[in-house]
Design a protein around this ligand. Structure first.
Ligand code: G5P
Ligand code: MG
Length: 223
C-alpha cells in the first residue's frame, strides 16, 4: 500500500467569487473532503437552535459570526476528519481565525479567487442554492435542468436571505476590512496562490493545473 500524504487546503475570495462552484470541481477532480463554513452555519440555522438564531441575525445583516463561535464549530468538524485530505471554504475569514487554524494544522496551499466586486453583485442576486448539499446554481451561468429544483435530488432550491443587493454590499465591506488582511497572513507564510479573472470557466483550468502539480497523482481521487 502506498502511504498517502494528507493534503490540506483553503479556498478564499470575496462573497460570490465562486468558492462554492470551484470547490465542487476540486472535490470531483481530486477527491478532497469539502467543509464550507457558510453551509455549516445554514445547517445550524435550519435546525432552529438558539445558536442558529444568533447566526441568522449576523448573516442577514451581512456581518461576520463572532470568531470564537466560528472557530469552535469548524475546528470540531475538522477533528472528525483528521485522517482525510480536505478543502476549507469560507474559513478562515479573520486573522484571529487564521491563527486558531494555524495552531492546529499547517496548510499545503491557500487558493485565492480574485474576482472584481463589480462582477459579483449581479451573480448573487440570480443564485439559487440547494441547502442540504450546498450545491449552487445561477439562472444565467449554470441553471438547474428543471428551474427551481436540484439536479441530483430533485429537491427545491432556495434564494439565500443574505443575497439582497443591500446585504451583498455589507458583505463585500466586511470582506475588505476583515478578510483581506488574512491574504497577507498567508502570503507571508508562502502558501498563497492567487487566481484572477471574471469567469469561473476561465479561472478553473489554471487552478486544476496547479493542483495537479501540487497533489502527487497517487493521491488523486483517493483522499
Ligand atoms: P458564505 O456562505 O461563505 P460568501 O459570502 O463567502 O458566503 P458565497 O456567497 O457563498 O460566499 P461563493 O461561494 O464564493 O459565494 O460563490 P458561488 O456560490 O460559487 O458563486 C456565486 C454565484 O455565482 C452562484 O450563483 C454561481 O453559480 C455563480 N457563478 C460562479 N461562477 C460564475 C461565472 O463565471 N459567471 C457567472 N455569471 N456566474 C457565476 O458565508 C455566508 C455568511 O456566513 C457567515 C458570514 O456572515 C457570511 O456573510 N460566515 C462567517 N462568519 C465569520 N467567519 C467565517 N469564517 C464565516 N463563514 C461564513
Ligand atoms: Mg459559498
Amino acid at each position: 500500500m502506498v502511504l498517502q500524504k494528507i493534503f490540506r487546503a483553503v479556498i478564499m475570495g470575496p462573497p460570490g467569487s465562486g468558492k462554492g462552484t470551484v470547490s465542487g470541481r476540486i472535490i470531483k477532480t481530486f477527491g478532497l473532503k469539502h467543509l464550507s463554513s457558510g453551509d455549516i452555519l445554514r445547517a445550524n440555522i435550519n435546525a432552529k437552535t438558539d445558536l442558529g438564531l444568533l447566526l441568522k441575525s449576523c448573516i442577514d445583516q451581512g456581518q461576520l459570526v463572532p470568531d470564537d463561535v466560528m472557530s469552535r464549530l469548524i475546528l470540531s468538524d475538522l477533528r472528525a476528519m483528521d485522517q482525510s485530505s480536505w478543502l476549507l471554504d469560507g474559513f478562515p475569514r479573520t486573522v484571529s481565525q487564521a491563527e486558531a487554524l494555524d495552531a492546529v494544522y499547517s496548510l499545503d496551499t491557500v487558493i485565492n479567487l480574485d474576482v472584481p466586486f463589480q462582477t459579483i453583485q449581479q451573480r448573487l442576486t440570480s443564485r439559487w442554492t440547494h441547502l442540504p448539499s450546498g450545491r449552487v446554481y445561477n439562472t444565467d451561468f449554470n441553471p438547474p435542468k428543471v428551474p427551481g429544483f436540484d439536479n441530483m435530488t430533485g429537491e427545491p432550491l432556495v434564494q439565500r436571505d443574505d443575497d439582497t443587493p443591500h446585504t451583498v454590499t455589507l458583505r463585500l465591506k466586511a470582506y475588505e476590512t476583515q478578510t483581506e488582511p488574512v491574504l497577507e497572513f498567508y502570503r507571508s507564510k508562502g502558501v498563497l496562490e492567487t487566481f484572477s479573472g471574471t469567469e469561473t470557466n476561465k479561472i478553473w483550468p489554471h487552478i486544476e493545473a496547479f493542483l495537479h502539480r501540487k497533489l502527487p497523482s497517487v493521491n488523486q481521487k483517493a483522499a
